[in-house]
Design a protein around this ligand. Structure first.
Ligand code: ADP
Length: 400
């Protein structure tokens, strides 16, 4: 054997040293990887343990491999009791066994199955309502098992049940209220209807008294009869308005295409506003789908109020109409006495007036009719005003 020279030996030594360093390096790297793997494993273990739901993993033969604390808490079995067993045998119960089997079969066939609501049984036999979610586990495209997540939905179901009960109760109350409302409206209608004939008689007889026996009465007697006639007339006005109010909602009016331009011209000529009153209409008013009767009630009351509650020498009323997509928005603007905002709600209530009969005549039903007619057609009404600053009554009407 040839003896190696000194330089050859030195070269080999260098090579050997290099190899040792490489080996040391790769050992450190694999230790590092091992550490990282252990860390990852512990992290996943912690996620599984601390998850609020019951999580159970199983192998391809449906035997439990792993379970978490949530599963122990929900079903009352320890992990030792679950591991190695078919979970359906433990918790599905006789009534849900088939269903659970079918579900597991689908998951272990590699299908992603949507969550389902069901019942499972605890170790003590008590049922628990759960939401079950199952999903297959693949490693390198090979199905190795499945994971099942069970969420306790007892509270959720109880809340759902309570909400259903409340809404049923509410529906019942609404029905009762609707019935009462209907009865009340029928009662109002019947009373006001029946009051009309005796009232008419009272008005006529007080007129006959004035005409036939007026000269036999002194001034006080004449004043009394005059007062009876005026009050009976006012009562008739009230009864007529009340009848009109009770009709809205009780009888469904016909809806058809209404030419608003024509309708407003008719209303204005019927109201006789006086030469000093200026009413400005939009240059073009649309033809809209609605109840002509309701539209007449709305505009007629708003327009008559606009010049009635007006002390200026030149009352000016402007009607506005805006196309707001799904709804029409109308406004009736005046330069009248205005309204204190604290009365905005009150004035829409029946019989609520802010003035005496001597100051401004009226029955206090007009705006209640307006509100009811607008709401009956699915719209809303509101007012913007201030004392001595005029008022703007706006309302919407859905197009459909
Ligand atoms: P009435 O006109 O018969 O008094 P309404 O229901 O139409 O009854 O109106 C209720 C009250 O609202 C009126 O008494 C009045 O005080 C106030 N009001 C209504 N419209 C106007 C208006 N355009 N300007 C000022 N006040 C108004």
């Amino acid at each position: 054997m040839k003896t190696k020279t000194k330089s050859e030996l030195e070269k080999e030594l260098i090579k050997l040293r290099r190899k040792i360093t490489e080996l040391e390096k790769s050992e450190t790297q694999s230790k590092q990887a091992e550490l990282e793997n252990e860390e990852r494993r512990l992290y996943l273990q912690a996620v599984l343990t601390n998850a609020p739901d019951a999580i159970i993993t199983m192998n391809a033969k449906h035997k439990t491999i792993m379970c978490n604390q949530g599963a122990e808490e929900l079903f009352g079995y320890s992990c030792d009791e679950m591991i190695g067993n078919d979970i359906d045998d433990l918790i599905a119960g006789a009534d849900k066994f088939e269903e659970a089997r079918d579900y597991s079969k689908l998951v272990l066939d590699g299908k992603n199955v949507s969550t389902t609501e069901s019942v499972r049984y605890r170790k003590d036999g008590s049922p628990v309502e759960v939401m079950v979610a199952g999903s297959p586990i693949f490693i390198d495209n090979k199905l190795v098992g499945a994971v099942a997540v069970y969420t306790d939905i007892t509270d959720l179901k109880r809340m759902k049940y309570e909400i259903e009960e409340y809404s049923q109760e509410l529906e019942h109350k609404v029905e009762q209220l609707q019935k009462l409302n209907e009865e009340l409206s029928q009662y109002t209608y019947a009373v006001s209807h029946d009051l009309r004939a005796p009232l008419r008689a009272l008005i006529n007889y007080s007129r006959f008294l004035q005409e036939d026996f007026g000269d036999k009465l002194n001034e006080i007697g004449k004043d009394y009869i005059q007062s009876i006639a005026e009050n009976a007339l006012y009562m008739e006005e009230l009864v007529v308005d009340l009848l009109e109010y009770s009709r809205i909602g009780r009888i469904k009016p016909k809806t058809n295409e209404v030419d608003l331009g024509k309708l407003l011209d008719n209303i204005i000529s019927k109201l006789h506003p006086g030469d000093n009153v200026q009413i400005i209409l939009p240059p073009k008013l649309p033809i809209i789908q609605g109840s002509e009767l309701h539209l007449e009630q709305i505009f007629s009351n708003l327009l008559s109020n606009a010049f009635k509650f007006n002390m200026t020498l030149k009352p000016q009323i402007t009607v506005e109409c805006l196309d707001k997509g799904n709804v029409w928005e109308f406004a009736v603007r005046d330069n009248g006495i205005g309204i204190d905002p604290k009365y905005f709600d009150k004035i829409f209530r029946i019989f609520q007036r802010l003035h005496t009969q001597e100051e401004y005549e009226g029955t206090g039903i007009g705006l209640a009719i307006v509100k009811k007619a607008i709401e009956e057609q699915g719209g809303t009404v509101w007012v913007v005003s201030a004392p001595n600053k005029g008022s703007v009554f706006s309302f919407t009407l859905p197009k459909k």
